[in-house]
Design a protein around this ligand. Sequence first.
Ligand SMILES: *Cc1c(COP(=O)(O)O)cnc(C)c1O
Length: 354
Amino acid sequence: MDLQILPISAPKKLIENENDLVFGTQFSDRMFVMEYDEGQGWHSARIQPYGPFELDPAAMVLHYSQEIFEGLKAYRRPDGKVAMFRPADNIARFNRSAVRMCMPEVDEQFLLDAMLELVRLEERWIPKNEGTSLYIRPTMIATEPVLGVRPSHKYLCYIILSPVGAYYKGGVAPVKIWISDHFVRAVEGGTGEAKTGGNYAASLFAAREAAQKGYDQVLWLDAKEKRYVEEVGSMNMLFLYDGKIVTSPLKGTVLDGITRRSVLTLVKELGYEIEERALSVDEVMEGAENGRLKEAFGAGTAVVISPVGSFCYRDTCVQLGDGQPGELTMKLYNQLTGIQYGRETDPHNWVTLL
Ligand SMILES: *Cc1c(COP(=O)(O)O)cnc(C)c1O
């Protein structure tokens, strides 16, 4: 398939102060788009001016949420080069999500090349300051205008770009986590391992309640027993427990995070034993009190690593250590961001340079 590049009329103005960038509110001049029709496959791939789509009000995505997305970043290095972190892994996961949601797979190499081309064309949108990046959002939606419940015969796949400021403005800050004993995010056999919009829609109610009570994030428990910790918001959770790294196994309820995967590789190299097992909320709460749980952090593209300062469950809050980011947590944060921004070597070939 050819990739057509269409001209833009007038480039938008960049936000002058990169500290004023608010996540996901500003978009670049161009976007990638391609269309799918049953019997024809993917076609009409092009990079065109960013702007609204015309969608039939009956488009299936608007009614039954047949939708998937991805999230990754391009990083501007001090030497001016642009790096992306494991982008092929995101495209591979996009296809796994597509299969789960009965959507057509994409040609991974084609989409990866198109994404790199888009970022190259939009290079001026990649901010320069430490910790900033260009967020990349591949998306696929069902567009067939039919109200019957079945997989759509028509789809739109697109990629949009949004410059983001540094997540941690005053240094890496620990978060206060609320463990929900009522609401759940994903069930075994459900869609938890697909990156699909519905999972997020389902999480809003609890997240709002948590925010109203002054917590930063919701930690979800497993849906069956409401006993084992799974994920936080859009991050996987990892714990330094009894000197080992403990994290939820991938059994369909937890997203196979690329940051999680990278962290597991790094901690193994640091000599830590890894336990992918169900960790109970009691182990977390008691462990924080008796010192068996030394550190805990979320891992995801948006924040890289987010240290936990305290956990709250029912009527009890426990602080982790002195409430400050742990030593291993910070080491991993520095190692991962070091690889992304080129301060550290990249022995695993995780980085793609534009
Ligand atoms: C995207 C996402 C993650 C993190 O995945 P990364 O590949 O590390 O960005 C974790 N959990 C959920 C629910 C997510 O949607």
